[in-house]
Write a protein of this length. Structure first.
Lengths: 364, 287
């Protein structure tokens, strides 16, 4: 079957309610295929998805699907599917009937074949006779996703679908979804607050913050060269380390250490230095590395990694993401090493001034 | 093993206050009734043990049987009217905005009125000569609850619906409010009709509160006393003479403590059995 390419366009969309601005003049174009929407809690992801679906109308602006203005078209008449963070299914219907619910317009045999195909794809084949209450959380969400996938739609919206699942199920379903979206047609928008999800999908990504579009582009490029501090923060988990710095005579000074400024800046200018936790080491591997004496406050061991919380000065903390299980005593003194090549230099107002072009490997 | 159990014996002291208070509020009064029910009492010092004779008499008494049938029909009608009506009103109530509190207060108003006052209100309201309700109905059909059995029955039933449907509304409304918005949005996206949304989302999620509503309304209506006592006094004839009215007539009016005790125990047993059946059926059907 041939599908026409569709696009979903948000044209100057704002949503205001009760004196609060949820979305502020958002202009976006979602093309056929998967787009990731990432932003912290309260960034406006859900509002954007609901406006795109037609579940609420924007205060100002237009929504276009396939070139047609659908702003005033009722959600019932639109070709959309929506997957929620909560596991939303019809409680009184079986998994089979749940998946079949959007297919009422199809002939019976065709609907039956489609339900079985989608159920198989989501690994629900053996649960078709059960009701949602008799399923695990992961299976309930698989049912909800299967229901959304059953009917071919122009716009499929997934609003943090994995946020309420436990870690193991999340990783598994994330991998399944990635393969599934690679074969789907129509616009797919996937919102998340988890950088790992956005990086796994490696799809075109929209970064949202406080109701505004902060950046649009490739997530891997954004991770390597965050255009602003906000984008770098949104994409860093554990949180991005931030250190204060000052430009002096062509060098950037930070807590007694210094390195050559990547670009010429006027002397005396204050800057903020961003370092990903996995770029902080506690042993020296290169001579150019910046050294910061530190006190160990806490070591969080997850098994494959150890998160070491360090205190550099009174209000200055640094988190180091170390490989493997390592044992530390709180209160011990150590030295944190940071390679200047992996430091993002941001201006006072959060614009990226310099980032090392060498950091393109994206392990961890 | 035995010493492990020994350690927790002190916990019994914590249960003692409950045991004592339940003994005084429930067990001892109940046992007193059991005591009455197996004796023929002439005076505190003159009593004869009669075994189960009173139970046999009460079970065979046509007056008791008539009252039982009337009470069962009344409870069935109350449930059939109040549960669907309550759910319907709850579904139509506003979900947000200032109208919510206005609607809630208006709906809950009848619940705040004492039972005998409700009876007095309706006694006057339904009168054909000076009552607004009775006067209005009399314009259409001839209506007089003091003379006509059917009119008396309808008056008592209407009064119960007016008084207690709000309870069902409040329970159902609370149940409806606990359904997360995404359920309704998902139904909208599917293009589900209002009926399908009700049938497949709202009704299944109301199962818990409706079970409670049905049990409460059954028990209350099966034991109804004050309102018909005030409005009709059980009449005309015995048209609105329900089990509790008959019971109080035997116990307090005629002071026949033996038959009244046996009657109370049978009455208690029927309420227990019907509630058990309701509860089992309602909780099983969900699975």
């Amino acid at each position: 079957m041939l599908y026409e390419l569709v696009a979903l366009i948000l044209d100057g969309v704002s949503v205001r309610q009760g004196g609060q601005t949820w979305l502020d003049r958002v202009d976006l174009e979602f093309l056929d295929g998967l787009t990731t929407l990432i932003g912290p809690l309260g960034a406006g992801k859900t509002t954007l998805m609901r406006v795109a679906a037609g579940l609420r109308s924007p205060t100002t602006g237009r929504i276009l699907v396939d070139g047609k203005d659908v702003s005033s078209v009722s959600v019932r008449k639109r070709s959309v599917a929506f997957v929620y963070q909560q596991f939303i299914n019809y409680p009184s219907l079986t998994v089979y009937d749940n998946i079949a619910s959007p297919l009422r317009s199809l002939p019976r045999e065709q609907a039956d074949a489609r339900v079985r195909e989608v159920a198989e794809l989501m690994g629900l084949g053996e649960f078709l006779r059960r009701r949602p209450a008799e399923l695990s959380g992961g299976q309930q969400q698989r049912t909800a996703i299967a229901r959304a996938l059953a009917r071919p739609v122009d716009v499929l919206l997934l609003d943090e679908p994995l946020a309420n699942l436990d870690y193991k199920l999340r990783e598994q379903l994330r991998a399944d979804l990635k393969t599934m979206f690679s074969g789907s047609r129509g616009v797919v928008v996937y919102s998340t607050a988890d950088p790992a999800e956005a990086l796994t999908f490696a799809a075109p990504t929209v970064v949202l913050g406080k109701g505004q579009v902060l950046h649009v582009g490739s997530v891997t490029e954004m991770y390597a060269r965050p255009p602003t501090l906000e984008v770098a923060r949104t994409l860093s988990d554990p949180p991005l380390n931030l250190l204060p710095g000052v430009v002096r005579d062509g060098r950037i000074e930070c807590l007694g250490a210094s390195f050559p400024a990547p670009r010429a800046h006027e002397s005396g200018r204050a800057v903020r230095l961003g370092v990903h936790p996995h770029q902080v080491a506690i042993s020296r591997s290169r001579a150019e590395q910046l050294a910061f004496p530190a006190e160990i406050r806490l070591a969080e061991v997850t098994g494959s990694a150890t998160f070491l919380h360090l205190m550099l000065a009174d209000d200055l903390h640094l988190v180091a993401h170390l490989e493997g299980t390592q044992v530390f005593e709180p209160g011990e003194r150590t030295t944190a090493y940071v390679d200047p090549a992996h430091v993002f230099v941001f201006s006072d107002n959060g614009e990226l001034l310099a980032a090392s072009a060498t950091e393109v490997d994206l392990h961890g | 093993m035995s010493d492990g159990r020994q350690k927790h014996n002190r916990a019994w002291w914590l249960v003692l206050p409950v045991v004592v208070s339940v003994a005084f509020t429930a067990i001892i009064p109940l046992m007193t009734v059991v005591n009455y029910s197996v004796q023929d009492i002439f005076s505190p010092f003159d009593r004869i043990f009669v075994g189960l004779d009173w139970f046999r008499d009460v079970a065979r008494d046509p007056e008791v049987r008539g009252a039982l049938v009337r009470t069962l029909i009344f409870s069935a009608q109350v449930l059939l009217i109040e549960i669907p009506l309550g759910v319907l009103i709850a579904v139509c109530m506003p979900r947000r905005g200032w109208t919510v509190s206005v609607a809630l207060v208006l709906v809950a108003l009848p619940l705040l009125i004492p039972w005998n006052v409700v009876g007095t209100i309706w006694q006057i309201f339904a009168r054909g000569d000076i009552g607004l309700g009775g006067w209005a109905v009399n314009k259409v059909v001839n209506f007089n609850y003091t003379l006509d059995s059917a009119d008396a029955w309808i008056t008592v039933l209407a009064m119960d619906v007016w008084h207690w449907t709000p309870l069902v509304v409040l329970l159902a409304y609370a149940g409806l409010r606990s359904i997360p918005d995404p359920y309704f949005q998902a139904a909208q996206i599917d293009g589900a009709s209002a009926w399908a949304t009700f049938r497949h989302i709202q009704l299944p999620r109301l199962r818990g509160v409706l079970t409670i509503a049905i049990l409460l309304r059954f028990m209350d209506s099966f034991m109804i006393y004050t309102e018909p006592f005030v409005v009709t006094g059980g009449g005309p004839g015995n048209a609105t003479s329900f089990l509790s009215i008959l019971l109080s007539k035997i116990a307090v009016g005629q002071f026949d403590l033996g038959p009244a005790g046996a009657f109370s125990l049978l009455y208690f047993l029927i309420v227990q059995i019907v509630c058990y059946v309701f509860f089992t059926v309602l909780t099983r059907s969900g699975r």
